[in-house]
Write a protein that binds this ligand. Structure first.
Ligand code: FAD
Ligand code: SF4
Length: 509
């Protein structure tokens, strides 16, 4: 039976069972489409990264003998929308059956189900064979109980026998989070990053010519994201060889001179499925086993937790809670996103660095996303829709299932605590403790009121005060509220006045 198989841009899993043998009756369809470039305004590096990875994947399939129909963004016969594209390709290839892999985004899942209902031929959906968990596994595990990442994580460790010895966690404890909080002050030295320099001038012109609106910077002569399985395997090896031994310790550190520190940069590789989380974990564990003199358990556990813990947890929460999740605004926040999110033009040094780096490289590490940019957006009571749009566009790894759960849930607490146990908010104290941003800042981290006072301080206390009705019953917040209650009326009035000034005129600060 002549079959048309769709491969979406984030389904670049060359190890999928579909590709085990060449079947001359199967045509694979891949397409760069305006419906995907335009559902949110993306960073130019994200569009280039995905298109290059898709083109490279199509070539790999062809080189193995598979038949691939590929529509480039500028092709005249590209209808730019999935429904029309499928009708066209089914007719052109005389397909008698349509097959696709389950999309990771709710939006595409819904669209494909609708398209399939109106197709003249039968259709079938297949697993992507990528994640450890199925879509519903987290929902089944928790049932009606309150979600908790830690219990999900322990279940995953046991179920997949990761860092377990005789049913007990290796190293005697499940979680070494307390060890993962060192500030980086120049030592240990950060190895020179591995680069994947490519000239992408022609592709950037192609994208601009059809009118796709993007933002952010790109070095067209030296595009640096790995876009094939081979390149990503090199990145994984580099991580094991050079970064893993310090990963856990400096996971939360921030530094003006180092954008990657000891982070792996593997999120794009995994989210596009060029690498599977299982092979990443297996490779890291294998390296750890053979290098136990240099690498301690807390470095490895810190990494494992991010992938079999947080990453799978986010996916599970997404499928459990969508589509309602995308509407949540439980803290009732309504301010617009400041203009400086698009320029990096602010006197607040931490935000200037984290945002400029995001605009220049389509990358920021977790703590920059959570405790600098997200912290500020939440403290300034920004509407979660605006925060989501920005995060979904700016990072090369941003795909809704993992972006929205991190942004709306973990960072903005807009789900009212469904995913995280408390809002991730802090004053300047935390930012000063974990990095060197405050050193070169116009503001002073330890000053609360007056012209030089760090805006994070007034915003923090004002946020606790204003959002108290939503948060005061949360036991994990009680310490913060008891400190708030110790503030004098006069101090509170000054803090509130400054916070209102920052929220009303964010671009003046
Ligand atoms: C507000 C906010 C938005 C985020 N948006 C995204 C997003 O759109 N896409 C995305 O992949 N990650 C997102 N994250 C999670 C995390 O910041 C990135 O996965 C990480 O920074 C990617 O860089 P890395 O590969 O160097 O990560 P490393 O620090 O090296 O971590 C290793 C891997 O663990 C996984 N991981 C780590 N933390 C998380 C997490 N919280 N959720 C899911 N997976 C995690 C990633 O796959 C990552 O590649 C977001 C976090 C926050 C706070
Ligand atoms: S002083 Fe405040 S604004 Fe400046 S870097 Fe520190 S935390 Fe950020």
């Amino acid at each position: 039976m002549k079959t048309l198989r769709l491969l979406l841009g984030d389904q670049l899993n060359s190890e999928h069972s579909w590709f085990k043998k060449v079947d001359t009756n199967v045509v694979y369809l891949m397409a760069e489409m305006r419906q995907e470039t335009d559902y949110v305004k993306h960073h130019i590096q994200k569009v280039v990264g995905f298109f290059l990875a898709m083109r490279s994947f199509a070539e790999t399939l062809r080189s193995k003998g598979h038949t691939v129909v590929y529509r480039k963004i500028g092709d005249k016969d590209n209808p730019q929308d999935l429904g029309t594209l499928l009708e066209q390709c089914i007719a052109q290839n005389n397909a008698e059956k349509f097959e696709y892999q389950l999309p990771d985004e709710y939006r595409l899942d819904k669209q494909l189900k609708e398209i399939c209902r109106s197709l003249p031929i039968p259709s079938e959906a297949f697993d992507t064979e990528h994640f450890y968990t199925t879509r519903n596994e987290l929902g089944d595990f928790f049932g009606k109980k309150q979600l908790l990442m830690e219990s999900f994580y322990r279940m995953m460790r046991k179920k997949h026998n990761v860092l377990m010895i005789n049913g007990q966690p290796e190293g005697g404890q499940w979680n070494f989070d307390q060890n993962n909080r060192k500030k980086w002050t120049g030592n240990p030295k950060i190895p020179r990053e591995i680069t994947f320099s490519k000239n992408v001038g022609t592709l950037v012109e192609e994208i601009a010519k059809v009118g796709v609106k993007t933002f952010g910077k790109i070095n067209t002569e030296a595009f640096n994201w790995p876009v094939s399985r081979d390149e990503n395997l090199q990145l994984l090896d580099f991580f094991c060889e050079h970064l893993l031994e310090n990963f856990g310790d400096y996971q939360d550190a921030m530094h003006t001179e180092e954008k990657f520190l000891f982070h792996s940069r593997l999120s794009f590789a995994m989210n596009s499925k060029m690498l599977s989380p299982r092979e990443v974990i297996d490779t890291v564990l294998e390296h750890y086993r053979t290098h136990q003199k240099e690498i301690t358990i807390s470095q490895v556990e810190g990494f494992v937790r991010q992938i079999i813990g947080w990453r799978e947890y986010m996916r599970g929460v997404y499928w459990k809670e969508m589509p309602n999740y995308a509407q949540y605004n439980k803290l009732d926040n309504h301010n617009p996103l400041p203009h400086f999110f698009w320029t990096g033009d602010t006197k607040m040094n931490c935000l200037k660095h984290a945002i400029t780096q995001s605009l220049d490289h389509a990358y920021a590490h977790h703590i920059q996303r959570l405790m600098i940019i997200g912290n500020y957006a939440l403290l300034t009571q920004t509407h979660p829709d605006e925060v989501d749009q920005w995060y979904l566009g700016v990072y090369v790894d941003a795909i809704e299932w993992v972006e929205i759960t991190n942004t709306r849930g973990m960072s903005q607490f807009a789900d009212g605590g469904l995913l995280a146990t408390k809002p991730y908010v802090s004053s300047a104290n935390y930012i000063h403790k974990m990095g060197n941003y405050c050193k070169g800042c116009f503001y002073q981290h330890n000053v609360k009121t007056g012209e030089k006072a760090c805006p994070f301080n007034a915003l923090y206390w004002n946020f606790l005060n204003e959002k108290r009705p939503f948060l005061e019953n949360n036991p994990r917040m009680s310490m913060m509220f008891s400190l708030l209650d110790k503030k004098s009326k006069n101090e509170m009035e000054q803090l509130q006045a400054r916070a209102i000034e920052v929220m009303t005129h964010p671009d003046r600060f």
